[in-house]
Design a protein around this ligand. Structure first.
Ligand SMILES: Cc1cc2nc3c(=O)[nH]c(=O)nc-3n(C[C@H](O)[C@H](O)[C@H](O)COP(=O)(O)OP(=O)(O)OC[C@H]3O[C@@H](n4cnc5c(N)ncnc54)[C@H](O)[C@@H]3O)c2cc1C
Length: 446
C-alpha cells in the first residue's frame, strides 16, 4: 500500500507518522516543498539563544501531541513551562496590567471598570443564543460578557492565538468548545461550575521540548515511520485507473493525503478540487513577523503581554521566552519575542527588516520602560501568510472541501485551514486522518 502525503508541516508529518505506526505494510512518502520540513515550526540558535520561527509550545491538557511523543518514546525531551512564568499581562492605557488568575483578584484588578465587572457577573442570567447563525467572537462576547470583556479580554486573547480580529472570526469555528458549552449548559459560568465538580481536565501547561519545537519535527522525521522528500513541490495530482500519479514523482499511490495551506491547495491541480478553488483561495492568511530580542536579566518577569487592538500598538505583544523556558536565554540575557502583524496589520507584509526591527524595538522599549539601546535584536522571521483565519461562514468552506474530496476515493484533505490551528488540533486531526485512511485501505474500523 503506497501513501503520498503532500506537505511536511505538523499536519502532514503527524498524519504520516501515525499512519506509519498504525497501518501495517504502508509505504509512506511525504513531499515537502521547502528544503527543511516543519512548515511554520522551526527552531534556530544564535549566540546562545534558542529561538522559534513560529509556535513556542502546545498545551499539555489535550492528549494527542503528547501521544505522539509517547509513541516516539521521547518523553524525556519534553519541557514544561517554568512555574515562575505564570504571570500574564495585557496593555491598558499604555501600561502593563497583570491579568487576574483568581476570582478575588479579578474583582480588585483594574482590567475592567466596576460596571464591566458587574456585566460579567450577569453572564449566568443571559439566555442561550437562539438560531444557528454563525456568530463572531465579538458578537458572542458582547452578548454574554459585555463590551469591556471583549475589548480587554477576548480581543487580546484572540490576537495571541490567531493574530486575528474578533469582529470577523467565527466563535464556533475558532473555539468550538466554548460554543458547545453555551449550547449544552446555557452559560459559561454554569459550565465551569459543573465541569469543576466533574473534575474535567484543565487546559494544561504550555509545553515544548529541550531543543525547541523543531525537535518534535526532527524526532518524527528520524522515526523511520515514513520517507521524507524535502524540496519536492507537488503541483499536479492525476487519478488514473491504476491509482494516483504525482507530477514529478515515479510510481503510483493508492492514497493521497493533502496537508498544505488552503492557498497552496487552491493553486494545485487535484482531481475533484477544481470546483472548490475559489473557496480555498478565500481563506485569509495575514502576515506575521517574529522578532526575538536579548534583554538584560532582571527587566522582564512572567509569561509576557498581549495588546488589545484598542491600544493601537504596532505590535501584537511579546513573550518572555526565557522566563517560560529558561534554556532559551543565556546566563546574562533573557530572550523576549515580539510578534507583529495579524489580521489588523497587513502592512507588515511590505515592511522591510529594518522597519520591523525599528517598530518592534520602539514599542517594546516603551512597554518595558527601558532605552531602545538596551534591547538587542537577535533574529527575524517573517511569514507572508501566517495563520488561516476562520471568519464566520468558514464551516461552509470546510464542508464543501470535504464533500469535494470525498467524491474522489483515496483522496483526503487535512491541515490547519480546516480542523483548528493549534498544534494539538493538527495532531488530533492526524490521528483521525490516519484512522480514515486505514478504514479506506482495509475496509475495517480500528
Ligand atoms: C508565528 C506563529 C506562532 C504560532 N504559535 C503557536 C503556538 O504557540 N501554539 C500552537 O499550538 N500553534 C501555534 N501556531 C499555529 C501552528 O504553528 C500552525 O497552525 C501549525 O504548525 C500548522 O501546521 P500545518 O502542517 O497544518 O501547516 P504548515 O505548517 O503551513 O505546513 C504546510 C506545509 O506544506 C508545504 N507545502 C505547501 N505547498 C506545497 C506543495 N505544493 N507541495 C509540497 N509541499 C507544500 C509547506 O511548505 C509547509 O511546510 C503559530 C503559528 C505561527 C505562524
Amino acid at each position: 500500500m503506497r501513501i503520498a502525503v503532500i506537505g511536511g508541516g505538523i499536519s502532514g508529518l503527524g498524519t504520516a507518522f501515525v499512519m506509519g505506526r498504525r497501518i501495517p505494510g504502508a509505504e509512506i512518502d511525504v513531499f515537502e516543498k521547502n528544503t527543511i520540513p516543519g512548515g511554520t515550526i522551526a527552531t534556530y540558535r544564535n549566540n546562545g539563544f534558542l529561538m522559534e520561527t513560529g509556535p513556542n509550545g502546545f498545551l499539555s491538557g489535550k492528549p494527542t501531541t503528547l501521544k505522539i511523543v509517547d509513541m516516539l518514546e521521547k518523553q524525556d525531551t519534553l519541557l514544561p513551562a517554568d512555574a515562575k512564568a505564570e504571570k500574564r499581562m495585557i496593555v491598558k492605557n499604555g501600561r502593563l496590567v497583570t491579568l487576574p488568575d483568581t476570582p478575588l483578584k479579578f474583582f480588585t484588578s483594574s482590567i475592567l471598570s466596576f460596571g464591566g465587572k458587574l456585566r460579567i457577573m450577569k453572564e449566568p442570567f443571559v439566555s442561550r443564543k437562539i438560531g444557528d447563525e454563525d456568530e463572531t467572537i465579538a458578537g458572542f462576547g458582547k452578548r454574554r460578557l459585555g463590551e469591556q470583556a471583549v475589548t480587554w479580554m477576548l480581543d487580546p486573547m484572540v490576537s495571541g492565538v490567531f493574530a486575528g480580529n474578533v469582529d470577523k472570526l467565527s466563535l464556533a469555528s475558532c473555539f468550538p468548545r466554548i460554543h458547545e458549552l453555551e449550547m449544552e449548559y446555557g452559560s459559561l459560568v454554569k459550565a465551569m461550575m459543573k465541569l469543576r465538580s466533574k473534575k474535567a481536565s484543565p487546559s494544561g501547561k504550555l509545553t515544548s521540548f529541550e531543543n525547541g519545537m523543531g525537535q518534535l519535527i526532527e524526532m518524527m522525521v528520524l522515526s523511520g515511520a515514513f520517507r521524507l522528500h524535502p524540496g519536492s513541490e507537488v503541483r499536479e495530482i492525476r487519478k488514473e485507473p491504476d491509482g494516483f500519479h504525482l507530477d514529478h514523482v515515479r510510481g503510483v499511490y493508492d492514497v493521497v493525503v493533502l496537508a498544505v495551506p488552503a492557498y497552496s491547495l487552491s493553486e494545485m491541480a487535484v482531481p475533484g478540487l477544481a470546483e472548490v478553488k475559489k473557496e480555498l483561495a478565500s481563506v485569509p492568511y495575514p502576515p506575521m513577523a517574529v522578532l526575538p530580542f536579548a534583554v538584560k536579566k532582571g527587566i522582564v518577569d512572567g509569561f509576557g503581554f498581549l495588546i488589545p487592538s484598542a491600544e493601537k500598538s504596532r505590535i501584537l505583544g511579546a513573550l518572555y521566552s526565557s522566563e517560560i523556558f529558561p534554556n532559551r536565554g543565556t546566563g546574562e540575557y533573557d530572550l523576549v519575542t515580539v510578534m507583529l502583524g495579524g489580521d489588523r496589520n497587513y502592512e507588515v507584509r511590505d515592511m522591510d527588516s529594518a522597519s520591523l526591527v525599528d517598530a518592534a524595538s520602539e514599542e517594546l522599549a516603551g512597554f518595558l520602560k527601558v532605552e531602545r539601546k538596551e534591547l538587542e535584536n537577535v533574529g527575524l522571521f517573517k511569514w507572508q501568510r501566517a495563520i488561516p483565519q476562520y471568519y464566520t461562514g468558514h464551516w461552509k468552506i470546510v464542508e464543501k472541501v470535504e464533500k469535494a474530496a470525498a467524491a474522489v476515493p483515496g483522496l483526503f484533505v487535512t491541515g490547519n485551514a480546516f480542523y483548528g490551528i493549534g498544534i494539538n488540533d493538527c495532531t488530533l486531526a492526524a490521528f483521525k486522518m490516519a484512522e480514515k485512511v486505514q478504514e479506506y485501505l482495509t475496509g475495517e474500523k480500528e
